[in-house]
Design a protein around this ligand. Structure first.
Ligand code: PMP
Length: 420
């Protein structure tokens, strides 16, 4: 008997790769995950992560909320709950969304474990291997990772300083369909986009909605940052204009606390059943404890004032970052000027590879996220994302100065004469 036949005959174990399902091959650590281990070292100024700044959060207020919840309603809070989410919180979520012009029925809200779970559920019910998902160029790394795991092919759509370009969307739809491929949805972040910080103006929202409706393509509107505008409220949510064709994702991660892991999807009624079933199969029900904590906080505490004070804090940090970029970055670099949210997107001269530059930045004690993380196709090597949400303004200045020096040194090394 040959060795191979013998192996099967005796039931000898296959190697681990052979034992995984084929979809596991698409599960790779994100660039950001491997970066975090380094970026979280205390001596490094991390301009990499998108962690909300909980230094401004009223911990004693939250302690009161949690204590009261457990003492007065512990039996419910610590129990399993409804797969769709707690009815009271779903009502309150509708009040939160009303701030962005959305009139919704709590029955169409599915509470999720952060909006990341909603991205996973949507991918699960829509994407077959090879299907196309359209997304802004660049787009949120966590969403791209999820689409990738479900074996979607992400096609990026052109953006400019006002976000997604409607004509670029028309062109993308035309060329994808001419190639005989199926588009499952357009994924976009209209408010203070991650990673670009850009805000999509109202007229473009309407135009994009019209294009997608006519083409029969769902819009997945991911909106973690909409209430974090610094100077003026953001335009109405896209979902406010179209309740049939928009799947809206919200989260309390950036306005209350990400550790509670409470987000939601507001879905057209025709999709709800499938999403609830998909969610039940992964988590049975979202955490009642986390939902009721948020619910009590919303009912008992001045949460709108708290969001306003978060906005003040982020605005000061945004200003520190923009001022330091002006001061310390080469003039050949370009960056966005966000009116809210957490991020600035920087484009360097094309010869600079920001992934290759990262070890030098770490030596200089500063971290950022290289631009290619935000593209599904390897594009963006000369860009990078900086976040200003977490470090103090002083640390932001130190970090941007250090990074500016690393970039200028690299440009000199490459013989660029356009430094200042
Ligand atoms: N979407 C976007 C655009 C984000 O920036 C984030 C968090 N960085 C998420 C979704 C996920 O947020 P969460 O799961 O904490 O609600």
């Amino acid at each position: 008997m040959s060795e191979i036949t013998n192996r099967f005959a005796t039931g000898a174990p296959q190697n681990l790769e052979e034992r995984f399902a084929s979809r596991a091959a698409h599960m790779k650590p994100s660039e950001i995950r491997s970066l975090f281990a380094v970026a979280s070292r205390p001596e490094i100024v991390s301009l990499a992560g998108g962690m909300p700044n909980l230094s401004a959060f009223p911990m004693s207020m939250m302690a009161d909320v949690v204590q009261k919840l457990v003492l007065t309603n512990g039996a419910e809070a610590l129990q399993y709950g409804s797969g769709q989410g707690h009815p009271k919180l779903r009502e309150q979520i509708c009040e939160v969304m009303a701030l962005e012009g959305i009139r919704a029925n709590p029955d169409d809200v599915l509470v999720t474990t952060g909006s990341q779970q909603a991205l996973d559920l949507i991918s699960r019910i829509f994407i077959d291997p090879g299907d196309v998902v359209l997304a802004e160029a660049p787009s949120y790394v966590g969403a791209l990772g999820t689409f990738h795991q479900y074996e979607a092919s992400v096609i990026h759509v052109e953006t400019d300083n006002d976000g997604l370009v409607p004509q670029g969307l028309r062109d993308a739809i035309k060329s994808v369909r001419a190639a005989g491929r199926k588009i499952k949805f357009l994924y976009m972040i209209p408010n203070y986009q991650n990673p670009s910080g850009v805000l999509l103006p109202a007229e473009r929202r309407t135009e994009i909605l019209n294009i997608c409706r006519e083409a029969g393509i769902f819009v997945v509107e991911d909106n973690p940052y909409g209430l974090l505008g610094f100077d003026k409220p953001s335009p109405n949510a896209m979902r406010a204009e179209d309740s049939e064709n928009v799947i809206y994702l919200g989260t309390f991660s950036k306005t209350i606390a990400p550790g509670l892991r409470v987000g939601w999807a507001l879905v057209p009624p025709s999709l709800k059943e499938k999403l609830v079933i998909a969610s039940e199969s992964s988590i049975l029900c979202p955490s009642n404890f986390a939902q009721l904590t948020i619910s009590s906080y919303l009912a008992e505490q001045p949460w709108r004032d708290q969001i306003a004070s978060f906005c003040d804090l982020y605005k000061t940090r945004r200003d520190a970052m923009l001022e330091s970029l002006d001061e310390y970055f080469p003039t050949t670099a370009k960056w966005t000027k966000p009116g809210g949210g957490f991020y600035v997107w920087v484009s360097l001269p094309p010869e600079i590879d920001t992934t290759a530059l990262m070890p030098k930045a770490i030596v200089a004690k500063v971290a950022y996220v290289p631009g290619t993380a935000f593209y599904a196709d390897g594009f963006g090597s000369w860009s990078l994302r900086l976040s200003y949400c977490y470090p103090t303004p002083e640390r932001i200045r130190v970090g941007v100065k250090a990074l500016g020096e690393v970039i200028k040194t690299e440009m000199l090394r490459r013989g660029s004469n356009q430094l200042s």
